[in-house]
Design a protein around this ligand. Structure first.
Ligand code: SAM
Length: 250
């Protein structure tokens, strides 16, 4: 709960105050270009996660998804659009048995080399080369934003999952969208909203999800010292973070 002059704020007031804070901070600070697409060689893409800002963003996104999935040690996980394997690696380091799949063969070769524990295959999210319920958990981190029919990819992910599916998306209702959409490393990416996912993507999934959890992170993508401190204070349900995470549970 946020407080103002020692008076408790209502949930709506707290959300408005937090949004104003996000806007004000974003206006103050510049940001370097994040790397989202595959213009870069996989090794260079992966190296971004070793920069201070990349490390911070990768870590926050991973920790949010880990909490939302809540997996037990030894569970199997499929990473759809795994890219260089950064998130696959993080899940594997926490004791999950991870398989990656990506449409780009060069990326798959790199991910295999960089992550010897990872089973990694070339394949499309739209036609996953796995049997029904082959994995406990299935994730796709900023890969569905490059796919024209995200609903089709989600249906495939749902088919091959036994317990959960988690999507990491770009939030159109974020200051980052206003600043960066269509430009630099974000060119070609689609920006989604929680509402669109709820209204358009979930309809028709069989079985119907037993639970849907939607949360946000990276409210201050600049990732400076102040940003990191303030980020910790904000609730992950505040719908203004640039990273939109959705977990569906069977
Ligand atoms: C922005 S990168 C994200 C990589 C990784 N998940 C990460 O967060 O570091 C998007 C990835 O989605 C992959 N991709 C795009 N379309 C795909 C499809 N139809 N099937 C599988 N992967 C796809 C790209 O090759 C790329 O590696």
């Amino acid at each position: 709960m946020l407080y103002s002059n020692c008076q408790a704020l209502t949930a709506d007031e707290a959300e408005t105050a937090a949004e104003a804070l996000v806007q004000a901070y974003s206006a103050l600070d510049g940001t370097d270009e994040p790397i989202m697409n595959q213009v870069l060689a996989p090794a260079d893409y992966d190296a971004w996660y070793d920069t201070p800002r990349g490390k911070w963003i990768g870590d926050r996104e991973f920790r949010l998804m880990w909490k939302m999935i809540g997996p037990s040690e030894g569970e199997t996980l499929l990473d759809v659009g795994c890219g260089s394997g950064y998130f696959s690696r993080r899940f594997s380091n926490r004791g999950l048995r991870v398989t990656g799949v990506d449409i780009d063969e060069e990326t798959v070769a790199y991910a295999r080399k960089r992550n010897p524990n990872l089973r990694c295959f070339a394949g499309s999210a739209l036609s996953l080369p796995f049997r029904d319920e082959a994995f406990d958990d299935v994730v796709a981190v900023t890969s569905l934003c490059f796919i024209d029919c995200p609903k089709c990819a989600l249906a495939e992910m749902w088919r091959v999952s036994r317990k959960t599916v988690t999507l990491g998306l770009l939030n159109r209702h974020s200051p980052l969208f206003r600043e960066k959409s269509g430009r630099g490393g974000y060119a070609g990416a689609r920006w989604d909203t929680a509402d669109e996912v709820r209204r358009r993507w979930l309809h028709g999934l069989v079985p119907e999800p037993a639970g849907v959890d939607i949360r946000f992170a990276i409210f201050f993508p600049q990732g400076g010292r102040l940003a990191r401190r303030v980020e910790d204070l904000l609730p992950t349900r505040l719908p203004r973070g640039s990273f939109l995470a959705v977990t569906l549970r069977k």
